[in-house]
Write a protein of this length. Structure first.
Length: 239
């Protein structure tokens, strides 16, 4: 894993340059998308670069990590809505080339892995991290060989994410997420983490053992992963 530590603003810019380089080399790359507050700076920078003509997504395909079960794309807390609003509507992508797992038709969701394969596999997967080490919605204990599946969310994850809903009761109890194997199949991975609430889990997944109890720790075994941290998220790293 390559670790990059810089200000919140700079990590967004530096991660965005990875996309500029990738799309220069491969304009029809397949990108893995993530939600949460962490990628917002990166998405704003990609939108800015696109408006400035420095990057184009017109031949790009995207596959998002996850979606809440029970929310359709018109719900303002669905991840489809988030992606449309924060990225897809601001860049020159063909919306038909964007994929978010359905939170409504979850039966057969493992087919999502086949769709990714048919598109040529993911060139660059973006990840945030939950305070419990989850990537996508792969909570602690998720098997390493998991593909896209429905999960029951940890109470703590629902509490953390309740800040976006009017009350915790409205936070869905389940989600559909790419599995750990789906994520590890990506040819390149970028994980971003910002703020002191992530410092402990950042230390655990980078310096601790590779264990299903810390889902992101599997990234230690991925051949091409970059981790972008702000100084607060990196504060507990020993080197
Ligand atoms: C959610 C998402 C994850 C995301 C995590 C962290 O649970 N399913 O993909 O990485 O939250 O979110 P934030 O970036 O807001 O801290």
């Amino acid at each position: 894993m390559k670790i990059i530590i810089d200000t919140e603003e700079n990590i967004a810019k530096r991660a965005a340059q990875r996309y500029v380089e990738l799309l220069k080399e491969k304009p029809d790359a397949v990108l893995g998308g993530a939600t949460g507050s962490t990628p917002l700076g990166l998405y704003a920078e990609l939108a800015r670069l696109c408006a400035a003509g420095e990057i184009s997504f017109k031949d790009v395909k995207t596959f998002n990590l996850d979606e809440y079960v029970g929310l359709d794309g018109s719900h303002d807390q669905s991840y489809r809505y988030f992606m449309n609003k924060n990225l897809f509507e601001k860049i020159d992508i063909d919306i038909n080339n964007t994929h978010v797992p359905s939170g409504i038709n979850t039966e057969g969701c493992e087919q999502y892995d086949e769709e990714i394969k048919a598109a040529g596999g993911i060139d660059l997967q973006l990840l945030g991290i939950g305070v419990d080490g989850h990537i996508g919605f792969n909570e602690p204990g998720t098997p390493w060989d998991s593909v896209t599946h429905v999960v029951e969310l940890e109470q703590n994850t629902r509490e953390v994410n309740s800040r976006f809903f009017s009350s915790i009761d409205e936070v869905p109890t389940h989600a559909v997420t790419m599995g750990i194997k789906t994520v590890m199949n990506a040819r390149g991975i970028i994980l971003m983490a910002i703020g002191k609430s992530k410092a402990e889990i950042v230390k655990a997944f980078i310096e601790g053992p590779v264990t299903e109890e810390v889902p992101a720790s599997i990234l230690q075994l991925h051949p091409n992963t970059e981790v972008y941290l702000d100084p607060e998220a990196a504060a507990l790293l020993s080197k």
